[in-house]
Each structure stands twice: as C-alpha cells, then as structure tokens.
Design a protein around this ligand. Structure first.
Ligand SMILES: [Zn+2]
Length: 145
C-alpha cells in the first residue's frame, strides 16, 4: 500500500507583506480573505470576540469558536505613520498603522495608501477591506467609511 503524503495546511503563507507564520489553528482566516471577507472569531460560550482570530478562548479555556465578519464601521482610536520599517517592509514605507474600535472588538491594521495624511483624524469612521498586494500576498487595509 502506498504511503499517503501528509498534507501541511500552510495557507497563512499568503498573509501580509512578509508572512511570519504558515501554520496556525485559524488558517480558514486566509480562505475567508481570498473570498473577500475579513473574519475574527467569537467564543460560543462567553461571547468574547477575537481579532486577530484565536482558536481558543482564554476566559473559558475552551475551543468552542465561530467565525464572524469584521463589517460595518469602526472608529479610529489611534494611528502612527512609519518612516522606518522592520526588515522586509522597507518597500512599503511610509505606511500608517492604526487601531479601529468596532465596539465588541478592536482591529489593528494599516490605513490604505489611497488616503491622504490630512484626512486621517482620530474618531474618523473607517471600514476594513481585503487588499491584494502586488506580490500575490493578501492583507487588509482601512478605508474611510
Ligand atoms: Zn469564552
């Protein structure tokens, strides 16, 4: 009998300018991104929302999770424009990282390069959108809602 080759689920390789991890317990995140949805996880036992998605709830110590879509608008809590970046991100500079508050959860990410710096203000209503990078990678960016 032929030995079956073990398949490695390394979908996370597709995420971000530089992917730091290929194998996670939440690889469906990438499939959702490919299908145009930014998703987090919610604990079915206590209702806690997680973004980035987690497979396990630290409050209940269970893995009873469901996916939810990051949708609607979030308020810009804070942001910072980077003039220097970590190794691998040099070509992206300058870029603006930000935190949006969606009420039940917060999402950390980048503001779209299409927005001018003068338009970025704390309290601004923004939405998250899936973004395809020139090198074939996927990420998400924040845009004005
Ligand atoms: Zn929980």
């Amino acid at each position: 009998m032929a030995k079956k080759k073990k398949e490695v689920d390394d979908r996370f390789k597709k995420f971000g300018t530089v992917s730091f991890t290929a194998i996670t317990k939440v690889n469906d995140f990438i499939t959702h991104l490919e299908e145009g949805r930014l998703m987090g996880t919610r604990c079915k036992d206590c209702g806690l929302h997680f973004f980035p998605p987690r497979a396990d709830c630290y409050q209940c110590l269970t893995s009873n999770m469901e996916w939810f879509e990051v949708s609607g608008t979030g308020k810009l809590v804070t942001y910072s424009t980077l003039k220097y970046g970590p190794v691998g991100f040099e070509d992206d500079l300058p870029y603006t990282i930000a935190l949006l508050d969606f009420g039940d959860y917060k999402v950390f990410g980048r503001i779209s390069k299409d927005m001018s710096e003068e338009d970025i203000k704390v309290g601004l209503n923004m939405k998250a959108a899936v973004n395809h990078l020139p090198n074939g990678q996927l990420n998400y960016v924040f845009e004005k809602a």
